[in-house]
Design a protein around this ligand. Sequence first.
Ligand SMILES: NC(=O)c1ccc[n+]([C@@H]2O[C@H](COP(=O)([O-])OP(=O)(O)OC[C@H]3O[C@@H](n4cnc5c(N)ncnc54)[C@H](OP(=O)(O)O)[C@@H]3O)[C@@H](O)[C@H]2O)c1
Length: 311
Amino acid sequence: MRAVEYDRYGDADVLHMVDHPVPQRVHGQLMIEVLASSVNPIDYRIRQGEMKGLLPFGFPRVPGYDVAGIVTESDGDSSFAVGDRVMAFLDHTRGGALADYAVCSDSVAARIPDFMSIQDAAAIPLAGTTALQSLRDHGKIKRGQTVLINGASGGVGMFAVQIAKHYGCHVDAIASSRNREFCLSLGADHFYDYEQDDFTKSDERWDIIFDVSGKAHYLNARAVLKEGGHFVSTEPSITGLLMTILTWPLSKSGQVMLANPSGDDLRELIRLYETGNLNVTIDSTFPFEEAAKAHRRVEEGVDRGKVVLIN
Ligand SMILES: NC(=O)c1ccc[n+]([C@@H]2O[C@H](COP(=O)([O-])OP(=O)(O)OC[C@H]3O[C@@H](n4cnc5c(N)ncnc54)[C@H](OP(=O)(O)O)[C@@H]3O)[C@@H](O)[C@H]2O)c1
């Protein structure tokens, strides 16, 4: 099969197309013919060597965690049949989405409804799951709360704004000024431009501050968190880990989240999409052969939404 891989850390030029063995499927897994995938910042961060020494398996690596495609092999007792259209958030540290075929556990896939395009399906898994788990599981979101999304116009943020609105919250969005109208169109009640406004000096108070961009600090943000509020960051670091451990008993907690692949959460995101509560914005689409361009696009900063690759 065709795959995009790299055999050393570096810039996007290390990505190259190879003829690669089809991955082995074991019991409990699906084999998926990949029709589309999407790029997330974690893909270029790993490729640059940020997780050097932390990830098993070494080189070569096939990047990517989001797939949308067609089941070509499954177990007899699987809830998925050959021919089903599915999306998945690949559940292994290896990644493997940028290929003609990918394998994953049944438990991290969900059927794509007929009305959803393959591009939208590829855009949802990792970013949508991150937004949902951050607000629901870490932020303990409740109806009527005030929620601040710091980094509202990118892959995760655009889902987070819409999910928080679906929960019936007052939602404030932060991005650069060029994304004001986009964030308001997602349903945000108020917009802050991070180049002009420092939300940590605001008179507003929030129940949840979701720091999607990883640019804020708990110690500054806690001043504008309500009592019982939650600061949730996507940025894994030693200080983030310490924050999670030290602040959990406090009335204003801070946590670093790590997105956990889950078919149930994909079905929840699909339900929101189906009921018109979750729209997908695609920043740009590249053919699979131009994976390096797609990585560069995410690395240099998207205009808004997700970058999708079509096989
Ligand atoms: N821990 C996890 O499991 C997990 C999962 C998913 C993602 N992440 C991390 O989450 C981050 C965001 O992912 P993404 O896919 O949403 O990235 P993205 O699509 O590149 O979006 C980044 C967002 O951050 C905004 N931003 C940039 N500089 C900012 C600043 N100084 N203050 C506030 N906002 C700023 C951007 O706004 P403008 O474009 O308007 O500048 C944009 O809305 C990445 O670092 C990624 O690695 C972690």
